[in-house]
Every structure is written in structure tokens, then in C-alpha cells.
Design a protein around this ligand. Structure first.
Ligand code: GLN
Length: 488
């Protein structure tokens, strides 16, 4: 039963085919069976079963809290959950317990969700492979020699290996979409401002968004219907979240509507693996065969996307991470007798190499004399990029591109940070523009590794985007991988 979607589970729970407790017990067994994949940092079995039993009681009493009641959802370890460890896969927060619930966790609790364990990630969400976790490795379920993508690698694996039907991740420059593509699942990054960042540990605040991982586009709308709410505690939360709700049962476009769609095709000049190129051509053809019009687009700033992102994201990260000084937050180095060395030792001993690199670069681009040369210039280029998207969306309804230039790579293959950063070539531009995007599985390469394509929509067109994703997934039955291989 574990390869079922959340919507299918909901139907079975309603019919009484099984209870939330029975479902949760199966998920726990699956987590044990695939423990070696390393998707989870922590799973609290008794707490999970307690939540499931509460849901079953509500069901018996006719007091269900909504369509997600009793469904297990995994949580990335940078999303605050009251009285639970919140490590961000970093040594500096190894023993940090959150004293409050993030807005999304408050909402999931109100919806009766079973909060199923904390998933592994790159330290502070900085990375594209989950190799930067300070605690453990996470393996790709389709080939354990390979990475699951990152930074929400644990979330991708939890959903792909059918431990949970749904996962919560976070996406700054691609951290939901790229692991979704590598693991063969759907990864949704909502419009910036749709989902509150209250209680999401900040990395680059102008881009951080909580997103969903699921095995169908419809399941994404189910989870988004609960996450999408305006929050007075987050000044970047947008009023349109409440004014444009996401219903829990978004469905595919009908054939007449598909014929009216115009889809832009945006490809990188170089760097795409042949299998990725082939998948994107097949996807474009599937749209065309259904009557949609494909329109090629050319991004004038594409080659600058990575530098722009790594200037802005690192500048914001350097500022956001300054709070981990061993005094206000975080593990404290033991051997210091004065304040300066306490700061230096605490941060040197407890941050990993990638996080330190980003703090150094971010501090540099904000420093006097370099601010205008780097940071200000990057902000100007970012504004130009946003304008270009507005221009694109005067011509097309959605933009199609690969989610990643390659399928999942092997552990250790991208030691050089610049080659790792290339993974985000196609996910970064919509992040800089704050746009909603979905990574949709569209089959596998010759090595049997999943490939994803990314659809991007105009701001706040999240519902149409989910509909388009559901439509695409239905066009070819080999697009979405067969997850029963993990449940046999
Ligand atoms: N891989 C990108 C980075 O390392 C994106 C990470 C993210 O979206 N959190 O910055």
C-alpha cells in the first residue's frame, strides 16, 4: 500500500480499509527497511503512533480536521517543530531544540497531519547533493552509489522510497526541485510569499521558500492547500496567499484547455547531458501532440544566473548566520578565555567547509569597496532578470526547461564547488525572480536514473502550474517512475 499517493491513502482511510495507525506502522517498517539510505536524521516512533491514534479517534468521532488528517509527512530538519531538535544538519545546532512551532507546522498540526520524522539535508540548506550534512550520508534510492540531490535530499528519498507519501522541503535556489528530479518525484517551489518563512531557519531570506515533495501533482495541491496561508509573523508573507487559495483537489487541464496553452522552451546554451536533452525534446513533443503551442525563448542573462545567485545568497547567508556565535545560539567552543577567540573557535569548529566558504564570500561582497562592484551589480542584474520573465510571460503561459543539466551524480564526483554549483543552473533563475516552479518526473536515462523537467509559471499562478504538471504527468504513462519496486 505504501506506493499509494496521499489522496489514495485518504480514500482508503475514509473507507476504513486501514487506520492511520496501521498506515504509520507500515511507514515505520519501510523507514527501517530503507534505513541504509539515510533519509532521516531522527524518527520518534512513539510520537508518530500517538499522532496517528489521535487521528483515528477523530475519525471515529466524526471530527476530522480536513483531507490531510492522519497522513504522514516528513519534515526537513530546518523547519522548527516545538520541542524537537532543529539541527539544520549542522554541528553548531546539534543540541538545539526549537521552543516553538513554525507557521507551517502549526498549520499541519491543525490539519491533523502525522509529522513523520526529520529529514537529512545539506548543512543550512547549502548544497546540491546532501553531502554537506554534518551527520550522515543520504543515498539515491535508484542507485545508492549516487547522491539524492540537495539540499532537501532526505525529503526526496523519504517520498521516492515510499517511506512517506509527502515531504516538506525548502528551496532557495533549487533545493526542492533538484532532489525531486534526481529521485523521480514531484518537487514544488511556491511563489515567494505564498508560504510563511516563520520558523524556517534562514539561509537567503529573499529567496527561501518552503516547498513540497510528492509522488503526484495532485498530492502537491493537497499539501499546499494547508501550507498556503498569509502569516502576520512574516513580513514577506503575501496577502494574495489568502486571496488566491489553493484547493486540495486541483486536477489536470481538459483537452480543449491544453490546445489553448502556449509553452516557452528555455534551454541552456551548454552543459546538458544528452539524456536530459532527449527528455526535454520528448516532453515538448508530448505537449505539442496534445495541441499546445511550443515557443522557443532565449534568456539574455542565463550565463550570469549562477554568479548573481552566489553573490546575493552568500551575502544574505553571511548576515543570517552571524547569530550562531556560541552565545546567542549554537554549540560553544570550550577552550576560549576571551570573546574574540570564543567567536572564532566556535564558528571554525562547528561550521562545515561549505558554510564557512559562503560566509567568507558573503562577507567579502558586502564589505566596503566591494559592495558596489559585486552586491549592487548583482541586485541590478536580478531586477533585469525579473523584467525578462515578465516579458516572457507576455508571450507564454508556462516555461519548460530541464530541472537539472544532469541526472544524479556519484558521491564525491563534484568536489570542486564550482562544478557543484552548476547543478543549479536552471533552478536558480526562477528563484531570483520569486516565481513558482514544479519539477516533474519525465522518465529515466540509460542508467535507469530519473530525469525531471521544470515548469515555471507567472507569480501567483501556482494553481494553474499544478494543473499543468498533473496534465504533463498524464501524457505518457512512463513519465512517472514505478515506485512499486520499493514496496515489493
Ligand atoms: N544548491 C543551491 C545552493 O547550494 C540551492 C540550495 C537551496 O535551494 N537551499 O545554494
Amino acid at each position: 500500500m505504501l506506493n499509494r499517493t496521499a489522496i489514495e491513502h485518504q480514500e482508503s482511510l475514509s473507507k476504513g480499509s486501514y487506520s492511520s495507525r496501521e498506515l504509520s506502522e507500515e511507514c515505520l517498517k519501510q523507514a527501517e527497511k530503507y534505513k541504509s539510505l539515510g533519509a532521516f536524521l531522527r524518527i520518534d516512533e512513539s510520537e508518530i503512533l500517538r499522532q496517528a491514534e489521535e487521528s483515528d479517534t477523530r475519525r471515529k468521532e466524526g471530527k476530522l480536521l480536513g483531507p490531510l488528517d492522519g497522513i504522514p509527512v516528513s519534515i526537513k530538519d530546518n523547519i522548527a517543530q516545538n520541542d524537537c531538535l532543529l539541527t539544520c544538519a549542522s554541528k553548531i545546532l546539534e543540541n538545539y531544540r526549537s521552543p516553538y512551532d513554525s507557521f507551517v507546522i502549526q498549520n499541519l498540526k491543525k490539519a491533523g497531519v502525522v509529522l513523520f520524522g526529520r529529514t537529512n539535508m545539506d548543512e543550512f540548506a547549502m548544497g546540491s547533493s546532501t553531502e554537506h550534512s554534518a551527520f550522515q550520508k543520504t543515498c539515491n534510492p535508484w542507485d545508492p552509489k549516487r547522491v539524492p540531490g540537495g539540499s532537501s535530499g532526505g525529503a526526496g528519498v523519504s517520498v521516492a522510497s515510499c517511506i512517506t507519501p509527502l515531504g516538506l522541503g525548502s528551496d532557495t535556489g533549487g533545493s526542492v526541485r533538484q532532489p525531486a528530479a534526481f529521485c523521480g518525484v514531484f518537487g514544488f517551489r511556491p511563489t515567494y510569499g505564498r508560504v510563511s518563512r516563520y520558523g524556517l531557519v534562514s539561509f537567503a531570506s529573499s529567496m527561501d521558500q518552503i516547498g513540497t515533495l510528492s509522488r503526484s501533482a495532485e498530492d502537491c495541491s493537497l499539501l499546499m492547500s494547508v501550507l498556503n496561508q498569509t502569516d502576520p509573523n512574516d513580513s514577506t508573507s503575501h496577502p494574495l496567499a489568502n486571496e488566491m487559495p489553493i484547493s486540495s483537489d486541483v486536477s489536470a487541464f481538459n483537452p480543449q484547455d491544453i490546445k489553448k496553452l502556449k509553452i516557452g522552451l528555455l534551454l541552456p546554451d551548454k552543459g546538458m547531458e544528452p539524456a536530459v536533452k532527449k527528455s526535454i525534446q520528448e516532453t515538448a513533443k508530448a505537449w505539442e501532440d496534445s495541441g499546445a503551442k511550443m515557443i522557443p525563448l532565449k534568456a539574455s542573462l542565463g550565463e550570469y544566473a549562477i554568479p548573481i545567485y552566489y553573490i546575493i545568497a552568500n551575502a544574505e547567508a553571511a548576515s543570517n548566520l552571524s547569530r550562531y556565535d556560541g552565545i546567542r545560539y549554537g554549540s560553544r567552543s570550550k577552550d576560549s578565555d576571551e570573546i574574540q577567540s570564543l567567536y572564532i573557535r566556535t564558528r571554525t569548529e562547528n561550521f562545515g567547509a561549505e558554510v564557512r566558504r559562503r560566509i567568507l564570500l558573503g562577507t567579502f561582497v558586502l564589505s566596503s569597496g566591494y559592495y558596489d562592484t559585486y552586491y549592487k551589480k548583482a541586485q541590478i542584474a536580478r531586477a533585469k532578470m525579473k523584467e525578462e520573465y515578465l516579458h516572457f510571460f507576455e508571450q507564454v503561459d508556462f516555461i519548460l526547461s530541464p530541472s537539472s543539466p544532469s541526472s544524479a551524480f556519484c558521491f564525491g564526483e563534484r568536489h570542486d564547488p564550482l562544478s557543484m554549483y552548476q547543478s543549479d543552473l536552471l533552478t536558480i533563475p526562477p528563484s531570483l525572480a520569486g516565481l513558482p516552479c514544479m519539477s516533474i518526473p519525465v522518465g529515466k536515462d540509460e542508467k535507469g536514473l530519473p530525469i525531471g523537467v521544470q515548469l515555471t509559471a507567472p507569480s501567483f499562478e501556482d494553481v494553474r502550474l499544478i494543473r499543468a504538471s498533473a496534465t504533463l504527468a498524464k501524457m505518457n504513462e512512463t513519465f512517472v517512475p514505478d515506485f512499486t519496486v520499493f514496496t515489493k
